[in-house]
Design a protein around this ligand. Structure first.
Ligand SMILES: [Zn+2]
Length: 275
């Protein structure tokens, strides 16, 4: 029976529950324990019929760190990266946005005509989701203006992005390949594919494949949809030779049909296990 495909976004050396920049990362100790306690190592996607698969998303230093830990513990792992951020040495919009929120000095903000309290918990989450909805469809280079506007509202004390949330370099990526981390495509950019035309999506997927071929000497087989919510269909789906991976909490885990597989996110369980 085919196993589960697990998903992480990386790890941090010490994790704090209310820090926005660490929201999608797991404590390094919890990840090490998880990797050590598994009786059967994670398999590669090609060997998925025999067991579970570990996948890690995004081109961040925290994702690279988690991949190195997995390999050191004897597990196969596939890392899904976006070339755009690596090639342009740009920070992901969500990394900068998280820092702006963590470092905020404002207690409330008016965004898109709505007033938001910025207290930790539900209020801050409502603000984050409102801003995120505006950022998800944008190409990375077009996110600066909106983030400048948000920084103007929240008046952060600093915009220094912590190491784990920074973008990895091409050399980091090559180092991971040398450790037998398998590389997957997360698309050229980290845009919501539901907001793209089919032609834009085909160009995005092809651009990524060409970059991987130029920089790493091979084209990835598998593709993870940015944000993991929208299925990849039609002409764009034919650009992907292998599996198309989602991360949709509302769908069943595993094979969904039409080469699409849904993944189980380990982030919350590994954060919860942190004493
Ligand atoms: Zn992603």
């Amino acid at each position: 029976m085919a196993g589960l495909t697990h998903l992480l976004h990386g790890c941090v050396p010490s994790w704090h529950p209310s820090v926005q920049t660490e929201r999608n990362y797991v404590p390094e100790e919890a990840l090490k324990r998880h990797l050590d306690e598994r009786r059967v190592p994670y398999r590669s996607i090609a060997g998925a019929a025999d067991g579970d698969v570990l996948t890690i998303d995004d081109s961040t230093c925290g994702a690279a760190r988690a991949c190195r830990l997995a390999r050191a513990a004897g597990h196969e792992v596939t890392l899904f990266v976006n070339p755009a951020q690596i090639d342009r040495r740009r920070t992901y919009w969500f990394s900068r946005f998280d820092v702006i929120m963590d470092q905020r000095r404002a207690g409330s903000a008016v965004f898109d005509g709505r007033e938001f309290e910025l207290r930790p918990g539900r209020a801050l989450r409502a603000f984050r989701l409102a801003v995120k909805a505006r950022l998800m469809p944008l190409p990375e280079e077009a996110t600066d203006d909106l983030l400048d506007e948000v920084a103007g509202l929240l008046r952060p004390a600093s915009e220094a992005v912590p190491e784990h949330a920074r973008t990895m370099t091409v050399d980091d990526l090559r180092d991971l390949v040398a450790r037998d981390v398998r590389i997957g495509s997360h698309g050229w950019d980290h845009r919501d594919i539901a907001a793209m035309t089919e032609a834009e999506l085909v160009a995005d997927l092809r651009g990524a494949q060409e970059w991987f071929h130029d920089r790493l000497g091979s084209r990835p087989e598998h593709y993870a949809v940015p944000y993991g919510l929208a299925p990849l269909t039609g002409r764009a789906a034919r650009e992907v030779p292998g599996r198309i991976l989602l991360a949709h909490a509302g769908l069943a885990d595993g094979f969904l049909g039409d080469r699409q597989w849904n993944r189980r996110d380990l982030t919350t369980p590994l954060q919860a296990g942190h004493g």
